[in-house]
Write a protein that binds this ligand. Sequence first.
Ligand SMILES: *Cc1c(COP(=O)(O)O)cnc(C)c1O
Length: 359
Amino acid sequence: MLQIGEVMKAWKKNIRQVIPYVPGEQPNCADMVKLNTNECPYPPAPGVIAAAKAFEPETLRLYPAFPENTNLVEALAKFYHLKKEQIFVGVGSDDVLANIFLTFFNSDKPILFPNISYSFYSVWADVYRIPYECPALDENFCIRPEDYKKENGGVIFPNPNAPTSIYMPLMQVEEIVAANPDVVVVIDEAYIDFGGQSALSLIDKYDNLLIVQTFSKSRAMAGARIGFAMGNAELIKAMNDVKYSINSYTLNAPSLAMGAAAVEDVEYFGETLAKIVNTREEAKRRLSALGFSFPDSKTNFLFATHKEVAAKEIFEYLKTKNIYVRYFSTPGIDNYLRITIGTDVEMERLYTALEEFLN
Ligand SMILES: *Cc1c(COP(=O)(O)O)cnc(C)c1O
């Protein structure tokens, strides 16, 4: 705030004013149970660790390869049965999504995304000055496809949605894509590997469809910062043109090598996902028994509310036990906790702490 008599410096008028996205906290204490940012509780694939060890730091003097010519893109193309030209890679899906907003959302009409969703969408829209509208979820926290059938400048939503954990069946996703042939429709599939069916099967049918995925959750590599988009070659070229207009070399050489190794280890990927899904299904039983209810999660987290005790109180109590979960003070979801699925041992500590507090 300006004080009386203070003169506003002229350059301050030209600052791009933004209210930034606030990620979950990254505490770092011994003995903590970290269930607040949907990271994977297991290490990355053995091949990733081998690739990290094999990496020769001497080679850091060179710029990395162009992303589209890397083993990473090759490995992804093989895994998803796509051409290399159909894949865009970036520094986490946040980087990929920011690029998408800049590349495709340039209409005067508002883009559409759900009112309860990944809260970064409105931040990118603000920073790039893109108008937006946020149709409300229904009373069960479900996206209503009919809300996305009006004129708009683009559509984006996560499937499964975050933080609700609810998966929308592919038929409804297709309904939204089919209703919007004149704009780009983006499905943010950060959690699709934990149980849903990807919309990837639709990209040959709809040239306006982009799928975004990340290595941060199901591939246990949040620290490496790798995300990617898949779609028809024309969309991917448009994204690369924008990227090369800002920063050509985005992914660093160690991440490129480690990311390729992660994708190549198909078996470890499957095993890790199965462990998390098992623990999630057990968590549904245990938390129900403790008086929690939640939508039927197809992700690596539960979106839970307690029948008697306020979410914020539970959140604060768990913190005193060094157990971190996510709490959003957003109206409509301010009595919910987003609890990431950890290892079985971590989850036991959560159940024990909750038993102590709630009984
Ligand atoms: C975690 C998450 C992202 C971003 O992940 P990155 O770490 O940047 O790859 C994007 N969208 C949703 C819905 C997420 O939950």
